[in-house]
Write a protein that binds this ligand. Structure first.
Ligand code: GDP
Length: 479
């Protein structure tokens, strides 16, 4: 049993403008309703259409979720792998795959896809999904039952699997799509190594085919939502759900992905110990995709150049031993997350050894330095999730190019980060960083295909709100 300090204030908007359903058990998931105590006032309100679609989804989930009568009936099709008539419930099964940041982005993408296609989302628990995330829907679990007939196949599904949509297309499985000849399930391989047949998932005509298949098994490590915005039949609905385009993951994450009490304990203990009293809070997320664990001097140089140039942190005065401005000094807390402790130590020493020219006091903290990715360990993943969440509670955020860890933090926090450009040839890029145009993540492996004309095209140039990313020229992101 976890015990918590009782919050003193009564939360004003604990349902986040109607985003969260009322009536869920508070004690079993304290983060869901306590998050407002740790965040700045929310400036992005969910649309009334999103709210009503979520409430509809919740009742659909209750009707179709695990072990309901409809679930049991739809499951029977899997055993015969023959599909005859709809039970009124179709499913997307999300497979737990890849690093935690990637999993969060792909899970949110799967949920939005389920909303758009009137499917029910069921979640493969992987090693630790129930240890990290609260149950999001009232009454009926989102976890795929462990006796689900295809569970044994999950780890072997890959680009070559004959059950994948791409390979089924190649083998003309859908050539005469009378519903009696349709398979009961299709494996959707949307992992970064997918081929042009798999990518046809993003075409309207293929969505029409998939619509008739009761079970879709989805494996992806990507945030594929930007390309859903390019599918004409989803366009109007997406516009109604998200009139403010750059807030898609912001709302989806806050609704769907609330930390369990063990993770919430990590978040709040750390916050209250190191961050709560600072006048300003700055997060710096450092993810270095170099061969060794680092630290690297050129990355330290880049971080410093960025925070000074962008006025996020003050310069130091190397000539004076002390600077005493009148009154109480302003304290800026800097939360660093990194696998290495080297960047934190360099900055902390610098601000200890010298005064700042403004007289501000710079406090540095870093919750963990795990050295390398250890996705198979429970406490490692809890800490990774806690740190993404902690970054989202900061006033300003600096993130690393290409990192889904940073994308989760920025979207959850509603923060437009400064992105550190990717290091090339072991040199700090100049300029060191750039302010992002929106808080949305980048889809790293989008298709470049014009489904109507059946030729290659630049999908970053079709509609104004889907463009190429700041940190990856071929990626797509929502603005
Ligand atoms: P990405 O590789 O940066 O896109 O992010 P992912 O979250 O998908 O995978 C990286 C994984 O490495 C994380 O999930 C953690 O397991 C680990 N990791 C990377 N950076 C950090 C960090 O700053 N703190 C912690 N605790 N873990 C990290």
């Amino acid at each position: 049993q976890t015990t918590f300090r009782q919050p003193v204030e009564v939360p004003q908007d604990k349902l986040l403008g109607g985003l969260l359903p009322a009536g869920l058990d508070e004690k079993s998931c304290l983060s869901r309703y306590q998050s407002v105590l740790y965040r700045k006032k929310n400036i992005h309100q969910p649309s009334s259409h999103l709210i009503s679609r979520l409430r509809n989804y919740e009742s659909q989930h209750k009707r179709c979720g695990p072990y309901t009568e409809s679930y049991n009936r739809t499951l029977k099709y899997l055993n015969s792998n023959q599909y005859n008539s709809s039970t009124g419930c179709n499913y997307v099964v999300w497979l737990s795959f890849s690093g935690l940041g990637n999993r969060i982005l792909s899970l949110a993408s799967a949920f939005l896809y389920a909303l758009l296609t009137n499917r029910v989302l069921l979640v493969d628990r992987g090693l630790d999904i129930p240890d990290l995330f609260c149950e999001p829907f009232p009454d009926v679990s989102w976890l795929l039952p462990s006796d689900f007939p295809l569970t044994d196949k999950f780890s072997s599904f890959n680009q070559k699997s004959p059950e994948s949509y791409g390979n089924m297309l190649k083998n003309n499985v859908f050539a005469n799509s009378v519903s009696s000849s349709l398979p009961a399930y299709v494996y959707l391989h949307l992992v970064h190594d997918y081929d042009e047949h798999d990518k046809l998932f993003f075409c309207d005509q293929d969505q029409t085919v998939l619509q008739q298949v009761p079970w879709l098994i989805l494996k992806t490590d990507n945030y594929f939502i930007p390309s859903l915005f390019l599918i004409p039949s989803f366009e109007q609905e997406l516009h109604n759900l998200f009139p403010e385009k750059g807030t898609v993951l912001h709302h989806l994450c806050r609704y769907l992905l609330n930390p369990t009490n063990s993770v919430w304990g990590l978040i709040t203990r750390y916050y209250n110990a190191y961050l709560a009293t600072a006048d300003e809070k700055i997060g710096i997320q450092i993810r270095v995709f170099e061969a060794g664990p680092g630290p690297y001097q050129y990355v330290s140089d880049q971080i410093l150049a960025c925070v000074i140039k962008e006025n996020l942190l003050p310069q130091i005065n190397k000539n004076l031993p002390i600077i005493n401005p009148p009154g109480k000094p302003k304290i800026k807390a800097v939360l660093i997350t990194s696998l290495s402790s080297g960047y934190f130590e360099a900055l902390r020493n610098m601000y200890w050894e010298h005064p700042t020219i403004t007289g501000e006091i710079i406090e540095l903290c870093q919750p963990s330095h795990e050295v390398y990715q250890q996705t198979e360990k429970q406490m490692h993943n809890r800490k990774a999730w806690a740190e993404m969440y902690q970054l989202s509670l900061m006033d300003k955020l600096v993130t690393s190019s290409w990192s889904t860890f940073g994308y989760v933090a920025q979207s959850l926090g509603g923060l437009r980060p400064w992105i550190l450009y990717k290091v090339e040839n072991q040199t700090a890029p100049d300029p060191p960083c750039q302010r992002a145009m929106s808080m949305e993540p980048c889809f790293h492996a989008p298709p470049f295909y014009d489904c109507k004309r059946k030729i290659g095209t630049d999908t970053g140039k079709i509609v104004p709100n889907v463009q190429h990313c700041e940190d990856m020229s071929w990626g797509l992101k929502l603005f």
